[in-house]
Each structure stands twice: as C-alpha cells, then as structure tokens.
Design a binder for this molecule. Sequence first.
Ligand code: SGN
Ligand code: CA
Length: 533
Amino acid sequence: MKNKNSYILLFLTFFTCLSQAQDKRPNILFVFTDDHAPHAIGAYNGWLKSVNPTPNIDQLASQGMLFENSFCSNSICGPSRAVILSGKHSHKNGFMNNGNSFDWNQQIFPKILRGTGYQTALYGKSHLKGRPQGFDDWAVLPGQGLYYNPDMIFPNGRRRVDGYCTDVVTDLAVDWLKEKRDADRPFVMMVQHKAPHRNWMPALRHLNLYDDVNIPEPATLFDRYEDNAPPARFQELEIDRHMDLNYDLFVDLTPEFNQPPSQKRQDRSAWHNMKRMSPEQLRQWRAAYGPKDAAFHEADLEGKDLVRWKFQRYAKNYLRCIKGVDESIGRLRDTLKELDLDENTIVIYSSDQGFYIGDHGWYDKRWMYEESLKMPFIAYWPGVTQAGSRNTMMIQNLDYGQTFLDMAGATIPEDMQGASLVPLLQGKTPANWRKSIYYHYYEYPSVHMVPRHYGIRTERYKLMHFYQFGEEWELYDLETDPDELTNIYGRNEYAQLSFDLKNQLTELQRHYEDDSDISEKPDTWKAEMRGSK
Ligand code: SGN
Ligand code: CA
C-alpha cells in the first residue's frame, strides 16, 4: 500500500513539475499602435528626437533591443495586421486593402498558441472586420474607432465606453491582467491603440503639451517631387493642398464651432469627431484650442507660412496622441511589475506602418518611401535581449507570427512566409538572414490616391514599380540619398544595377508566390499623369 501511495505521489509530482515547466513559457505583451512612425520615437534618433514624446518607449529600448531596419510589407492598417496574424504576405492571406474582409477562419498565430495552452487576449483596434477568432477575451473598436467615448465590440455585443480611447483600451488590458487572467497559464496579449491615427485628437490632459515648443521641420517639407515618377505629383496627402484646417486640425472656422454644421459638411468637419465628446470634454477642448485659433486667425497666414503653421498644429497633435500611447506603455509595464510578471513577460512595441510627419510635405502612409515603409520594433525580453542593443538586420511584420510561436516553443507551420526573430533577439546573426525585403501596396483608387506599386529594398537600394499607369520605375541609393530625392532609374550608369535589382525583385515575387494581377487599369486613370512634371 505504502508503495502504491508513493507511486501516486511520484506521479503527481511529475505532473506538477510538468505543469510548472509549462508555466515557465514566457508571456508576450504586444503593444501595437496605428501610424506611429519610428522617427517620432526618441530612441530612433529621428529629427523629432528633441521633442521626445516617448520616454517610456525609449526606456523599453534602453532595456531591450531596437530594430533599426524594420519594414512593413504593405503600408496600410488592415493589411499590416493581417500579415502579422497570418505570417503571410497580403496576396496569400487575402487582405490586400482596407476594403477587404479578413478571413478569420484561416491559420493565425493566436489560434496556434491557444492550442498549446496559451491564453490570448486582444484589445483595441483590429480593423479586419468580422468577429475575432483565436482569442479567449477581446474587445475591438468598430472600424477606425473614435478617440472620445468610443463604442467597442465585446464578445457579447457593442457598447459605448466613456473616456479617452487610449486610456479605455489600457484599462481593458490592465483589468484583464489583474482580474481575468488565469495565473497558471502563460499569455499573449495584444494591446492595439487607435492613436496616433488621423484625426489626431489628444487626451484632454495633453491638449497644451508642446504649446511652447517649435517642432523641428523635416528637411523635405517643401518637396515638389520633381525627380519622382508622376504618381508622387498626383497624390492627395499634402499638408499644403489636402490637409483640412477644420477636419484635420480642428481649427475653429465658424462662429458656431462645436455646433452641428449643416448636414452636408458634417462628415468632413471637425464636428464629425467632436460631436462624440461630452459637454465638459468639449468645454476643456475649446478652452485649450480657443486661444490658439484666435492667434491663427490674427496672423492671417498664407503660402509657405500657412504650410508651416499647419505642420506645427498637425505635428503637435500627432505627438500629443503619441504621448498618450507612451503613458499607456508606462501603465502596462507598472502593472506587470505590480503583478510580479515583468521577469517572465516579453514586451514588444510596434506600429502597423510608418507615417509622413510633414516629410515630403505629406501626412498619411501607403508609399514604399522610407518614412512609411519603416515600422518601429522594440523588444524587451528579460534575460535574453541585451539591454540597449540595436539590431540592423532587415526584419518585417511578416516575421512577427513566427517569432511569437518560436518564443512559446510552438511548432511553426511550413507555409508561414517570414522568419523567427528569436535568434536575432538572442544576439545571434544567422548567416542566411534576408538581404532584401519585398513590398506590395494595392489600394488604388482610394483616399489619398497613392497608386499600386511593388518593389524591393536592399540594404542600400530601393527599386519601385508603379504599374497602373504604364511602366513607371523609381530607383534610389539610400546611402547617398536617404531622403529619396534623386531618382536614378533610367540613368546609363545605373543600367546594370537596375537590371540586377529587377532580377532580384522577380526572384522575390517567385519566392513569395505573388502572382497578383497587375494588368488591371483603374477607371480613374489620369492620362495626363504619364510623363507629366
Ligand atoms: C481613413 C483616414 C485616411 C487613412 C485611412 C486608412 N481618413 O480613411 O486618412 O489613410 O483611414 O488608414 S479619416 O478621415 O477617416 O481619418 S488606416 O491606418 O486605417 O489604414
Ligand atoms: Ca495605420
């Protein structure tokens, strides 16, 4: 009998040890924002560093690893998220532009992790339409979501949640960590903020932040696209010509500001977003922007001075939104510490693509140019990442899914198209790591009018092909021309380079099996675009 009992004891001890061993698998906290360009992060040393909106993200970088060459594969929101979940390029996961609906029935990393015993949670912006699959708990913003008092869709229905969106989403994440999580199992939690997406509405507590600061201007604020192929001159994302004083910048243009404008103008007016605010929120907003607007009207600016003013207002509101995100990271990390989870939790910060903060005179993204091609990627993995390290290998959002699976020790499906970043995070440099990345953007015609294009970026060069308007190519030497102002495509001395890069590009398309139809011409084809300057 004694013997039998000791066998049972041994058996139980074995399983307890086994489950404890499972508990050792790291937690993953993935904080992901919308449109946060790396050059608006202090640790990335961009021209906005002096403003430093991101002390908490900078701290994460100083404790972990920052990736300097991190790129998206399709610079737009939904597609970037679909690539992350599936580990496959847009043409493989089926979500090529924001108009698509994501097929949640497909293989995605949260489902796989869940199958291995991980708990999975998603809060904030999904932008993939449909009911999220693969998560134990979730709450997502419908579509783009709203900054103030947003509606959220929960597994049991949709309801309004009062507060500022970044705080609301952080609250949900903190609540899950403290109250809903099963402490015996590891988790992956995706906290996906709307901020700093257009229309840039900061939290009330940040409305006067940077009032006394002059935001440095990007070197290319007055770029006239003289050397680009025609598409750059036919876009609709210029601060000068397309950014609306009222809709985008919340400038009071009427005596009835904050009152419902005529029905006709409502959708393209500030009111479209402000009508959501409570009377007290509106009062505080008005108190903060009223004096700024009065000074603007008084100055009666035009030409370049007006562009400069719009840039300041835009950049400040954008950075104020980022300040809210940065505080969210601080709160989430404090919560991990409070719950004694920080030692075994990997914290990652990333954003769905980069963004133009006046670079080339623009806002928005979509292009394969550097500012919107780059994504921030900072990872803190206690005991693994070397504090303050900076990695220069080329990585993509395509790699995240495989990385998360690898971190959890899960099997990586053969058909995922990226590579696990775990060796890089461990400080190793695999000999066969990629030397170039593939990019393909599909959303045209659409808002901002950036035509479809694909391309290759190597460590030094970038070759892009705009194929909807004939054969338009651009080639840049990023070493001598980091701002991409001199298109060297078509120059005799670069004929061999263009030839080689085209071959490499074709090879990438073959490798990723991109057989997208590029012959289709849009109805809005502008004949004058060809060859125009
Ligand atoms: C909205 C924005 C655009 C933005 C797209 C895509 N307009 O249409 O400026 O490019 O979303 O953004 S807004 O008036 O609604 O702000 S994405 O990040 O979701 O892809
Ligand atoms: Ca986005």
